[in-house]
Design a protein around this ligand. Structure first.
Ligand SMILES: NC(=O)c1ccc[n+]([C@@H]2O[C@H](COP(=O)([O-])OP(=O)(O)OC[C@H]3O[C@@H](n4cnc5c(N)ncnc54)[C@H](OP(=O)(O)O)[C@@H]3O)[C@@H](O)[C@H]2O)c1
Length: 222
Protein backbone atom coordinates (compact mmCIF):
# COMPACT_ATOMS: atom_id res chain seq x y z
CA UNK A 1 0.00 0.00 0.00
CA UNK A 2 1.34 3.44 -0.94
CA UNK A 3 0.27 7.04 -0.82
CA UNK A 4 1.06 8.23 -4.35
CA UNK A 5 0.66 11.57 -6.10
CA UNK A 6 0.99 11.51 -9.88
CA UNK A 7 1.93 14.86 -11.42
CA UNK A 8 1.52 15.41 -15.15
CA UNK A 9 0.59 18.03 -17.72
CA UNK A 10 -2.50 16.21 -18.98
CA UNK A 11 -5.14 15.22 -16.41
CA UNK A 12 -6.96 12.89 -18.81
CA UNK A 13 -3.88 10.80 -19.54
CA UNK A 14 -2.74 10.63 -15.94
CA UNK A 15 -6.25 9.69 -14.74
CA UNK A 16 -6.00 6.57 -16.92
CA UNK A 17 -2.68 5.67 -15.30
CA UNK A 18 -4.17 6.27 -11.85
CA UNK A 19 -7.21 4.08 -12.65
CA UNK A 20 -4.90 1.24 -13.70
CA UNK A 21 -2.81 1.58 -10.53
CA UNK A 22 -5.94 1.57 -8.36
CA UNK A 23 -7.00 -1.77 -9.85
CA UNK A 24 -3.53 -3.21 -9.17
CA UNK A 25 -3.35 -1.81 -5.63
CA UNK A 26 -6.85 -1.09 -4.27
CA UNK A 27 -5.51 -0.22 -0.78
CA UNK A 28 -3.28 2.52 -2.11
CA UNK A 29 -4.23 6.16 -2.03
CA UNK A 30 -3.56 7.64 -5.48
CA UNK A 31 -3.99 11.30 -6.24
CA UNK A 32 -3.63 13.09 -9.57
CA UNK A 33 -2.32 16.63 -10.00
CA UNK A 34 -2.37 18.43 -13.31
CA UNK A 35 0.59 20.77 -13.34
CA UNK A 36 2.73 23.26 -15.20
CA UNK A 37 6.22 22.04 -16.08
CA UNK A 38 8.12 25.15 -17.14
CA UNK A 39 6.90 28.10 -15.10
CA UNK A 40 8.93 28.38 -11.86
CA UNK A 41 6.23 29.93 -9.63
CA UNK A 42 3.64 27.36 -10.76
CA UNK A 43 6.13 24.54 -10.10
CA UNK A 44 6.83 25.88 -6.62
CA UNK A 45 3.08 26.15 -5.93
CA UNK A 46 2.48 22.57 -7.15
CA UNK A 47 5.23 21.19 -4.93
CA UNK A 48 4.16 23.29 -1.92
CA UNK A 49 0.59 22.00 -2.30
CA UNK A 50 1.78 18.38 -2.48
CA UNK A 51 3.94 18.82 0.62
CA UNK A 52 1.03 20.47 2.46
CA UNK A 53 -0.80 17.12 2.18
CA UNK A 54 1.98 15.38 4.10
CA UNK A 55 5.73 14.76 4.01
CA UNK A 56 7.05 13.17 0.82
CA UNK A 57 9.34 10.17 1.25
CA UNK A 58 10.32 9.65 -2.39
CA UNK A 59 9.99 11.87 -5.44
CA UNK A 60 10.71 10.45 -8.89
CA UNK A 61 11.21 13.10 -11.57
CA UNK A 62 10.69 11.24 -14.80
CA UNK A 63 9.31 13.53 -17.47
CA UNK A 64 11.10 14.20 -20.72
CA UNK A 65 10.86 14.01 -24.48
CA UNK A 66 13.26 12.84 -27.14
CA UNK A 67 13.53 15.55 -29.78
CA UNK A 68 14.68 15.03 -33.32
CA UNK A 69 18.28 16.27 -33.41
CA UNK A 70 17.98 17.75 -36.92
CA UNK A 71 14.83 19.60 -35.86
CA UNK A 72 16.70 21.19 -32.95
CA UNK A 73 19.55 22.23 -35.25
CA UNK A 74 17.17 23.87 -37.71
CA UNK A 75 14.70 25.49 -35.33
CA UNK A 76 15.94 27.27 -32.24
CA UNK A 77 12.50 27.09 -30.64
CA UNK A 78 12.58 23.29 -30.85
CA UNK A 79 16.11 23.43 -29.46
CA UNK A 80 15.02 25.60 -26.52
CA UNK A 81 11.93 23.44 -25.84
CA UNK A 82 14.07 20.30 -25.71
CA UNK A 83 16.56 21.91 -23.33
CA UNK A 84 13.78 23.20 -21.09
CA UNK A 85 11.66 20.08 -20.76
CA UNK A 86 14.61 17.69 -20.37
CA UNK A 87 16.97 19.90 -18.38
CA UNK A 88 15.56 23.01 -16.74
CA UNK A 89 12.17 21.58 -15.75
CA UNK A 90 13.50 18.51 -13.87
CA UNK A 91 15.96 20.76 -12.03
CA UNK A 92 13.20 23.19 -10.98
CA UNK A 93 11.03 20.32 -9.69
CA UNK A 94 13.93 18.76 -7.82
CA UNK A 95 14.95 22.09 -6.33
CA UNK A 96 11.39 22.78 -5.13
CA UNK A 97 11.29 19.39 -3.35
CA UNK A 98 14.86 19.81 -2.08
CA UNK A 99 13.85 22.93 -0.16
CA UNK A 100 11.21 21.01 1.80
CA UNK A 101 13.32 17.91 2.26
CA UNK A 102 16.21 20.01 3.58
CA UNK A 103 13.90 21.45 6.25
CA UNK A 104 12.56 18.01 7.18
CA UNK A 105 15.98 16.32 6.85
CA UNK A 106 14.13 13.48 5.19
CA UNK A 107 13.42 12.19 1.69
CA UNK A 108 14.77 10.75 -1.53
CA UNK A 109 14.92 12.71 -4.78
CA UNK A 110 15.31 10.40 -7.78
CA UNK A 111 15.96 11.98 -11.17
CA UNK A 112 15.90 10.23 -14.52
CA UNK A 113 18.83 11.39 -16.59
CA UNK A 114 20.17 9.35 -19.47
CA UNK A 115 23.28 7.70 -20.84
CA UNK A 116 22.93 10.40 -23.52
CA UNK A 117 24.13 12.93 -20.93
CA UNK A 118 27.50 11.25 -20.52
CA UNK A 119 29.12 12.48 -23.74
CA UNK A 120 27.83 14.75 -26.49
CA UNK A 121 27.21 12.86 -29.73
CA UNK A 122 26.15 14.27 -33.09
CA UNK A 123 23.02 12.10 -33.23
CA UNK A 124 21.41 13.60 -30.11
CA UNK A 125 23.54 16.26 -28.45
CA UNK A 126 20.70 18.70 -27.70
CA UNK A 127 18.81 16.08 -25.69
CA UNK A 128 22.20 14.92 -24.36
CA UNK A 129 23.08 18.44 -23.19
CA UNK A 130 19.87 18.68 -21.21
CA UNK A 131 20.53 15.28 -19.62
CA UNK A 132 24.11 16.37 -18.94
CA UNK A 133 22.68 19.33 -17.05
CA UNK A 134 20.60 16.92 -14.95
CA UNK A 135 23.76 14.89 -14.25
CA UNK A 136 25.76 17.90 -13.02
CA UNK A 137 22.76 19.14 -11.04
CA UNK A 138 22.31 15.76 -9.31
CA UNK A 139 26.02 15.71 -8.43
CA UNK A 140 25.73 19.15 -6.85
CA UNK A 141 22.61 18.16 -4.94
CA UNK A 142 24.36 15.03 -3.66
CA UNK A 143 27.24 17.20 -2.48
CA UNK A 144 24.83 19.62 -0.79
CA UNK A 145 23.02 16.83 1.06
CA UNK A 146 26.02 14.67 1.95
CA UNK A 147 25.99 13.96 5.66
CA UNK A 148 22.21 14.52 5.87
CA UNK A 149 19.26 12.15 5.68
CA UNK A 150 18.21 13.50 2.26
CA UNK A 151 19.33 11.20 -0.56
CA UNK A 152 19.64 11.92 -4.28
CA UNK A 153 19.50 9.12 -6.86
CA UNK A 154 20.48 9.74 -10.48
CA UNK A 155 19.17 7.11 -12.88
CA UNK A 156 20.71 6.76 -16.32
CA UNK A 157 18.66 4.46 -18.53
CA UNK A 158 19.93 3.14 -21.81
CA UNK A 159 17.51 2.84 -24.76
CA UNK A 160 14.26 1.43 -23.36
CA UNK A 161 11.07 0.24 -25.00
CA UNK A 162 8.67 3.08 -24.11
CA UNK A 163 6.46 5.35 -26.23
CA UNK A 164 9.44 7.73 -26.45
CA UNK A 165 11.42 5.25 -28.53
CA UNK A 166 8.61 3.70 -30.63
CA UNK A 167 10.18 5.15 -33.82
CA UNK A 168 13.54 3.56 -32.92
CA UNK A 169 11.82 0.21 -32.33
CA UNK A 170 10.36 0.37 -35.83
CA UNK A 171 13.93 0.88 -37.11
CA UNK A 172 14.99 -2.32 -35.32
CA UNK A 173 16.78 -0.76 -32.33
CA UNK A 174 17.70 -3.07 -29.46
CA UNK A 175 15.68 -1.75 -26.51
CA UNK A 176 15.56 -2.91 -22.89
CA UNK A 177 12.17 -3.98 -21.60
CA UNK A 178 10.34 -1.37 -19.58
CA UNK A 179 9.58 -3.90 -16.81
CA UNK A 180 13.28 -4.70 -16.36
CA UNK A 181 14.31 -1.04 -16.34
CA UNK A 182 11.46 -0.08 -13.99
CA UNK A 183 12.45 -2.83 -11.51
CA UNK A 184 16.07 -1.69 -11.58
CA UNK A 185 14.96 1.90 -10.94
CA UNK A 186 12.96 0.72 -7.91
CA UNK A 187 16.00 -1.22 -6.66
CA UNK A 188 18.29 1.79 -7.11
CA UNK A 189 15.89 4.04 -5.19
CA UNK A 190 15.54 1.41 -2.41
CA UNK A 191 19.34 1.34 -2.08
CA UNK A 192 19.63 5.15 -2.36
CA UNK A 193 22.23 4.49 -5.04
CA UNK A 194 23.93 7.75 -6.04
CA UNK A 195 24.11 6.80 -9.73
CA UNK A 196 22.46 3.85 -11.45
CA UNK A 197 22.95 2.82 -15.06
CA UNK A 198 19.95 0.72 -16.08
CA UNK A 199 20.48 -1.94 -17.32
CA UNK A 200 23.87 -2.17 -15.63
CA UNK A 201 25.79 -2.96 -18.84
CA UNK A 202 25.53 0.73 -19.73
CA UNK A 203 27.99 1.56 -16.96
CA UNK A 204 30.71 -0.25 -18.91
CA UNK A 205 29.58 0.94 -22.34
CA UNK A 206 29.49 4.58 -21.28
CA UNK A 207 32.80 4.32 -19.44
CA UNK A 208 34.37 3.32 -22.76
CA UNK A 209 32.49 6.01 -24.70
CA UNK A 210 33.46 8.69 -22.18
CA UNK A 211 37.13 7.73 -22.30
CA UNK A 212 37.57 7.26 -26.04
CA UNK A 213 40.17 9.73 -27.30
CA UNK A 214 38.59 12.46 -29.41
CA UNK A 215 40.46 11.45 -32.58
CA UNK A 216 38.80 8.01 -32.42
CA UNK A 217 35.44 9.23 -31.07
CA UNK A 218 35.06 11.77 -33.91
CA UNK A 219 35.30 8.99 -36.48
CA UNK A 220 32.31 7.15 -34.99
CA UNK A 221 28.90 7.57 -36.57
CA UNK A 222 26.95 7.65 -33.32
N1 LIG B 1 12.95 5.46 -23.28
C1 LIG B 1 14.26 5.59 -23.31
O1 LIG B 1 14.98 4.96 -24.11
C2 LIG B 1 14.95 6.49 -22.33
C3 LIG B 1 16.36 6.41 -22.20
C4 LIG B 1 16.99 7.26 -21.32
C5 LIG B 1 16.26 8.13 -20.53
N2 LIG B 1 14.89 8.19 -20.69
C6 LIG B 1 14.18 9.14 -19.84
O2 LIG B 1 13.22 8.44 -19.10
C7 LIG B 1 12.17 9.35 -18.72
C8 LIG B 1 10.83 8.71 -19.02
O3 LIG B 1 10.70 8.62 -20.44
P1 LIG B 1 9.92 7.42 -21.15
O4 LIG B 1 10.91 6.67 -21.91
O5 LIG B 1 9.05 6.71 -20.14
O6 LIG B 1 9.07 8.22 -22.20
P2 LIG B 1 7.49 8.45 -22.34
O7 LIG B 1 6.76 7.19 -22.16
O8 LIG B 1 7.35 9.22 -23.60
O9 LIG B 1 7.16 9.37 -21.08
C9 LIG B 1 7.56 10.70 -21.05
C10 LIG B 1 6.75 11.41 -19.99
O10 LIG B 1 7.17 12.78 -19.97
C11 LIG B 1 6.03 13.60 -20.12
N3 LIG B 1 6.33 14.78 -20.90
C12 LIG B 1 6.86 14.86 -22.13
N4 LIG B 1 6.97 16.15 -22.53
C13 LIG B 1 6.48 16.89 -21.50
C14 LIG B 1 6.31 18.29 -21.28
N5 LIG B 1 6.66 19.18 -22.22
N6 LIG B 1 5.77 18.69 -20.12
C15 LIG B 1 5.40 17.82 -19.18
N7 LIG B 1 5.54 16.48 -19.31
C16 LIG B 1 6.07 16.03 -20.45
C17 LIG B 1 5.00 12.76 -20.86
O11 LIG B 1 3.73 13.27 -20.56
P3 LIG B 1 2.49 13.05 -21.58
O12 LIG B 1 1.97 11.68 -21.27
O13 LIG B 1 1.56 14.14 -21.21
O14 LIG B 1 3.03 13.15 -22.97
C18 LIG B 1 5.26 11.38 -20.25
O15 LIG B 1 4.59 11.25 -19.03
C19 LIG B 1 12.46 10.64 -19.49
O16 LIG B 1 13.12 11.55 -18.65
C20 LIG B 1 13.40 10.19 -20.59
O17 LIG B 1 14.21 11.25 -21.06
C21 LIG B 1 14.23 7.38 -21.53
Amino acid sequence: MVDLTLVARDAGRIERVAADLKVRSPQSHIRVVEAEFLEPVAIQDTVDEIISQGAVDVVLIAHGSLPEQAGCQNDLRACRDALEVNGVSPVLYAEAFAKHMAQADHGIIALIGSVAGDRGRKSNYIYGSAKGLVTRYAQGLQHRFSGTAVKVVLIKPGPTDTPMTSHLKEQGANLASVEDVAQKIVDAVDRCQAEAYVPGKWFLIMMIIRHLPRFIFNKLNI
